[in-house]
Ligand binder design. Structure first.
Ligand SMILES: NC(=O)c1ccc[n+]([C@@H]2O[C@H](COP(=O)([O-])OP(=O)(O)OC[C@H]3O[C@@H](n4cnc5c(N)ncnc54)[C@H](O)[C@@H]3O)[C@@H](O)[C@H]2O)c1
Length: 305
């Protein structure tokens, strides 16, 4: 069977980070040629990915990087490279409290603006960018606050009170603006809490045993490898213009069914539709139905309750 990424050149940003380390191998396996734009090298020098050191908050660097070779072999092709077939933008300050709030805002908003603007103006037809679960307003709220309703879906009236989530909402609006102007596909992924393979054994005893510690993540998560699958599916699916997709795995991170758990632990939050037996409250219904996502790494495979 032909690989989905065969013959496609993509630019990843932030590929050296937590999610990128698992997204990159998945995409290489699918046959994509990858150029990674990051401030630091990709951790595995043997992976076959060139990292171009590029500060995405500098527009000039971003425009340049998008017409760069993917490695020295590019010089044998006899012509300067054209822009990529697709961009997957992950680079960010991935939460609050890494740098002061104003720098989180500056870095994230400018980086997302620059990559979407440069990609659109250079004719890139598919741009996928990472937003966050935090836009649903509970993750970094001051004190114990409630979601408006469950399931959390893409048409929710997002209302965070923190700077990181605000920077992500600015990214979502930037995507919408450019998709309208350039008529390209710009898909926003509202990424859930990212889980790496080694974190199941380490973290899930607490996640499952003390479930209220996971309220801020809406008792949901995304396996970093499954995020790679979502990226591949989003590249394959053309013609949707501007879209927002929650990017989470299928199921709630509790022992109880979703209905039992929410009735007991979120009694004041209204339920707007019948939910699946173990459906994640940060629901991935749209990526399943529209992109054909199939959950491969359910947490129950790696941590037995
Ligand atoms: N980790 C999570 O649980 C989580 C949850 C929701 C959303 N997200 C989002 O998913 C994406 C990936 O998250 P992650 O956990 O892999 O983050 P990470 O911090 O592990 O990696 C981010 C990468 O971006 C790079 N970077 C930061 N600023 C840059 C800049 N100005 N120019 C170039 N590169 C820059 C960093 O060097 C790093 O390699 C981010 O957009 C993040 O906001 C993550």
């Amino acid at each position: 069977m032909a690989q989905s990424g065969a013959g496609k050149r993509i630019v990843l940003t932030g590929g050296s980070g937590k999610a990128g380390r698992h997204v990159v191998p998945h995409l290489l396996e699918k046959g994509y040629k990858i150029l990674n734009l990051d401030l630091v090298d990709y951790p595995d020098p043997k992976a076959g990915v060139t990292t171009l050191k590029c500060d995405l908050s500098d527009s000039g660097q971003v425009f340049n990087a998008l017409t760069s070779h993917y490695g020295f072999e590019g010089y044998d092709e006899g012509a300067p490279p054209s822009p990529p077939d697709a961009i997957f933008h992950m680079a960010a300050y991935a939460r609050n409290l890494l740098v002061p709030d104003n720098e989180t805002f500056r870095g994230n908003v400018l980086s997302t603006y620059n990559i979407i603007e440069a990609g659109s103006k250079l004719g890139v037809k598919k741009i996928i960018t990472c937003s966050s679960e935090t836009v649903y307003g509970v993750c970094f709220s001051e004190g114990d606050t409630d979601y408006h309703s469950f399931p959390l879906e893409e048409d929710y009236d997002v209302d965070p009170m923190d700077t990181y989530a605000l920077s992500k909402i600015c990214g979502e609006r930037t995507a919408r603006t450019f998709a309208r102007r350039y008529k390209n596909d710009i898909y926003v992924l509202r990424v859930g809490n990212v889980v790496e393979p080694h974190e199941y054994e380490r973290d899930f005893p607490k996640h499952v045993g003390q479930p209220m510690t996971r309220k801020r993540n809406a008792w949901s998560y995304i396996d970093a490898r499954d995020l790679g699958q979502i990226c591949d599916l989003a590249i394959q699916k053309d013609g949707l213009g501007f879209q927002i997709f929650n990017a989470t795995n299928d199921t709630i991170t509790t022992k109880e069914t979703t209905k039992e758990f929410l009735a007991k632990n979120a009694p004041g939050t209204k339920i707007t539709r019948e939910m699946g037996e173990y459906e994640a409250p940060l629901s991935n219904r749209k990526i399943r139905e529209v992109l054909g996502f199939k959950d491969v790494h359910d947490w129950r495979k790696y941590y037995k309750v």
